[in-house]
Ligand binder design. Structure first.
Ligand SMILES: C[S@@+](CC[C@H](N)C(=O)[O-])C[C@H]1O[C@@H](n2cnc3c(N)ncnc32)[C@H](O)[C@@H]1O
Length: 225
């Protein structure tokens, strides 16, 4: 077994945990305070997050999509693949180190999506991008923790409460889609999405594409008006 090697580390801004980038052979892992946030061998559900969200909006003229956060770029790359040539993707990533890793050792994993001219990078909290852009997005794809709870930073808890859900609602255009990735079901969070004015579909998706492995959860929450 090849041992893991630490390539780099950085603290998540605004009181977050310690992010570490590890590799062994061709495999990469991003961990926060020792807990794996993302592994390069398993991105079926991260791709599905983009597939499911973009299905509902790909026919719109010049669709605008917000991806938060970047991780290893798989959700971003899948969104780019699903959107028309006039589509635009804003990616909000709170850690400048993660952006640098995606321009360096992680760049090839998802096919260098940051170099795509349809991508705009915002090195900041996705919550702030939501607040500053009312009605701006046709879809919001959220994968910043391992589910609706602040793992990368405690302050992320605010994204999943009533006020955070209202913020996502306001940042969407009518009929827009708020899609959220999670490692496991969370009925209370799904309930809050419904109370926030969304119609909610919970989809179980394979962790790895085509495999018989475990399943993750994607909520597709549609803003009806
Ligand atoms: C699980 S990874 C995302 C994986 C990604 N979907 C992919 O396909 O590789 C979570 C990412 O969100 C970032 N992040 C955490 N909190 C954030 C926040 N509040 N705003 C923006 N990015 C955040 C982390 O630094 C990390 O890069």
């Amino acid at each position: 077994m090849i041992p893991w090697k630490l390539l780099d580390k950085a603290r998540v801004p605004d009181g977050g945990g310690e992010l570490c980038l590890h590799c062994r052979g061709q495999e990469f892992s991003i961990r926060v305070d020792g807990v794996e946030l993302m592994n390069s061998r398993s991105h079926g559900s991260e791709d599905a997050l983009a597939d499911l969200a973009c299905q509902g909006i790909a026919n719109r003229p010049a669709p605008r999509v917000l991806v938060g956060g970047l991780g290893m770029g798989f959700t971003l790359a899948a969104a780019l693949a699903r959107l028309p040539p006039d589509g635009l993707v804003v990616v909000a990533e709170i850690s400048p180190a993660v952006v640098a890793w995606n321009r360096g050792p992680l760049a090839e994993l998802a096919g260098r999506p940051l170099e795509n001219p349809r991508v705009r990078v915002r090195e900041e909290d996705v919550g702030r991008v939501l607040l500053e852009n009312p009605g701006a997005f046709d879809a919001i794809l959220l994968d910043v923790d391992n589910g609706p709870g602040g793992l990368s930073r405690k302050a992320n808890n605010a994204l999943y409460g009533k006020a955070g859900i209202a913020r996502a609602f306001s940042a969407l255009s009518p009929g827009g889609v708020f899609a959220i990735w999670s490692a496991a079901p969370d009925p209370a969070f799904a309930g809050r999405l419904g109370q926030g004015g969304f119609s909610v579909r919970e989809v179980r998706v394979r962790a790895r594409s085509g495999s018989k492995g475990g399943r993750h959860v994607v909520w597709i929450a549609k803003r009806e008006k």
